[in-house]
Design a protein around this ligand. Structure first.
Ligand code: ADP
Ligand code: MG
Length: 238
């Protein structure tokens, strides 16, 4: 059961408080989008869930277990970044399998897990290439494949489509929605783009200045924005 629960989570950098009173319960298989303007704390919150940032206060539970001090590799999560973060000197295949190899997974088992992932993302013909020989969209597919092969219970996405053109954004958005459905994962997806939020989310968590401004289904937030900020942010096209 991959529920995610944030209880009164807080984050400070020195004297600067960038997150406070962050309370959220995410259901198993839910697709939650953190939406908000640049600098509101979306990446910081996601990185705390991933274990890439320390939590300054409060508690984080994944699957009912307290994660505050748990290593990133031991949280059942996988993360996809805006800038792909692929290893330039490795082939596509090596980029996808490196994590499993490092964890000592037997070669046969790796091959078995590789083929459905490669098929799901249409990467078969690119396996021998280096990341620099791929388009941005193909590189992001590799990054998603690398996350997927870990068979995470929780998928974390930090603005994965922001560096892509509009057409690719549309098609990869559909693929991400499909993977979420087929793999039955729980997904947390960070974006500043309300269209992405409206089309992907079961529930939107609208953030402002390091706290939650409003949360609800896309319909609820669109139809009943609770504040002037929410009305402005959801209503304004990019
Ligand atoms: P978002 O992803 O919504 O654009 P971030 O989570 O990146 O926002 O940043 C939230 C706030 O925390 C911003 O004010 C940012 O400047 C600050 N911040 C992020 N990382 C650090 C850091 N390592 N040191 C100090 N301040 C930081
Ligand atoms: Mg960010």
């Amino acid at each position: 059961m991959a529920t995610v629960e944030c209880r009164a989570i807080r984050k400070v950098y020195g004297a600067l408080e960038v997150m406070r009173d962050f309370d959220l319960k995410i259901d198993d298989h839910e697709f939650v989008v953190f939406l908000g303007p640049s600098g509101c704390g979306k990446s910081t919150m996601l990185r705390m869930i991933a274990g890439l940032e320390d939590i300054s206060g409060g508690d984080l539970f994944i699957g009912g277990e307290r994660m505050n001090d748990r290593d990133p590799g031991d949280r059942g999560i996988a993360m996809v970044f805006q800038n792909y973060a692929l290893y330039p000197h490795m082939s596509v295949r090596e980029n996808i399998t490196f994590g499993l190899e490092r964890a000592g997974t037997p070669k046969a088992a790796i091959e078995q897990r590789l083929s459905p992932v490669v098929e799901a993302l249409g990467l078969g013909v690119y396996l021998a290439r280096k990341p620099t020989e791929l388009s941005g969209g193909q590189q992001q597919r590799v990054a998603i494949a690398r996350a997927m092969i870990k068979t995470p219970e929780v998928f974390l996405f930090d603005e994965p489509l922001s560096n892509l053109d509009a057409k690719l954004r549309g098609s990869l958005r559909v693929e991400i929605a499909r993977l979420h459905r087929d793999l039955k994962t729980t997904s947390i997806y960070v974006t500043h783009d309300q269209l992405e939020a409206m089309t992907l989310a079961d529930r939107i968590v609208l953030m402002k200045d390091g706290r939650i401004e409003q949360m609800g289904t896309p319909d609820e937030i669109y139809q009943k924005p609770a504040t002037v900020f929410a009305a402005g942010f959801i209503g304004t096209p990019n």
